[in-house]
Design a protein. Sequence first.
Length: 157
Amino acid sequence: MGKFRDGGKKEVPAISTSSLPDVVYMLLFFFMVSTTMKEVDLKVSMNVPMASEIKKLEKKSLVSYIYIGKPKEKFQKAYGSEPRIQLNDAFADVKDIADYIESERQQKDEKEIPLMTTSLKVDEDTKMGIVSDVKQELRKVSALKINYSTKKKVRNN
């Protein structure tokens, strides 16, 4: 018959850490893929209008955004309450649009330049005068592919 030990201390085996780097890299990869970076800090109020017939843009990397709307409360003392144009993270005038489009084109490959789209994100309470001025300036720099950003209208049946 075998011998049994009654009072002997049993040692707890060491925890294997060989799979720890795999778990860390898997979590890192998950968060890198699922996290979106904030593109622009909006300084204008943005409530885009609703539309029923919309189409999603395919390649968002080829889209340049122009925001038009009333400045937010904290910027109204400096910029007033009339609708303003925002390019990237700064307020701009209509005459700055040509330089903005040119700088966006320089960041792209030469083959992608004809495929670039300019998306206008315009607050629904903005008058069309400033939008028309922006469109005229875009025509001058041959940025003829224009998109209006909207929200999808939910149909109530």
